[in-house]
Design a protein around this ligand. Sequence first.
Ligand code: NAP
Length: 306
Amino acid sequence: MQYDSIDHVEKDISRIFMGTMAADSPEAADRIYGHFLENGGNGFDTAYIYRGGQSEELLGEWVERHDVREQVVLLGKGAHPPHCNPDAIGRQLLESLERLRTDHVDIYMMHRDDQAVPVGEFVEAVNVHIGAGRVGAWGGSNWDFRRVDAANAYAEEHGLQGLGALSNNFSLARMVRPVWDGCVASSEPAYHRWHVRTQMPLIAWSSQARGFFTDRAHPDKRSDESLVRSWYSEDNFRRQARAREMADRRGVEPINIALAYVLCQPFPTFPIIGPENPDETSSSLAALEVELGPEDLAYLDLEDGG
Ligand SMILES: NC(=O)c1ccc[n+]([C@@H]2O[C@H](COP(=O)([O-])OP(=O)(O)OC[C@H]3O[C@@H](n4cnc5c(N)ncnc54)[C@H](OP(=O)(O)O)[C@@H]3O)[C@@H](O)[C@H]2O)c1
């Protein structure tokens, strides 16, 4: 495993985060989370709305049963629409902490933004919980980078803690249609330039494009509607072909090239993976051994016109 840090999180954080949308029983949590921890992973991404609260409960129960709270980095999210407002932040966070059986999350993210709300109101609302010791770092998931700049300018003016990380979509395949309403990807050139300039950490979701780089995705295979809708495009299939060719040359899987693409960006990245079993985790972790330089990234990005 590789580790990096994020301001206001007092532990080294594994470069790869475990997603928690898939596990649906204590046995699944034991199998998937236990194996991830044994392999050096300690970052877990969860949210108030996942599985109607079950994901937080399973994670909290697993952490308590194995007595690993000191070891793990919990990323919790809240204030998803229709409750994307300053009041819901505290109300949901307290409930999340109870489900997670802890008194704090290492990282708190607003799950969405509502640009109709003055950004300072969100900054103030989260800072109440930072002051109370319930939140370490905080950030936004599916946030526009211009709102992050505005929020951080407000925080600085008012002596408050600004956003220290983002959790937007980012993968080698571009999300052509949002997987869910209100999803934001950090892949567009303006976002990419902003991450490089600000070095804002990106905890990237659907970092493997939900399986697009496995044999499951092919222009003729159309049964997985959500994969087709969000990821099928000519450019993505060109990227897939290049990832396959590079994988053959290096003796790894195409999905390893896809995840290495996220890991090797010129700004801090922490891809979240969503394995459904330990074998998928092991296969994904092989990406940590793959080094991609600027020329490799440009080639995979079709910067030569593809
Ligand atoms: N902030 C947000 O708005 C947001 C949105 C989406 C997700 N997330 C977070 O991000 C996490 C991960 O997202 P994701 O599930 O979309 O991630 P992902 O890793 O891009 O996709 C997961 C899917 O890819 C397949 N897969 C994963 N690893 C594989 C491997 N090594 N080999 C073959 N297939 C593999 C699995 O499909 P099969 O097992 O079906 O083959 C799995 O269902 C979620 O659990 C959640 O915590 C956050």
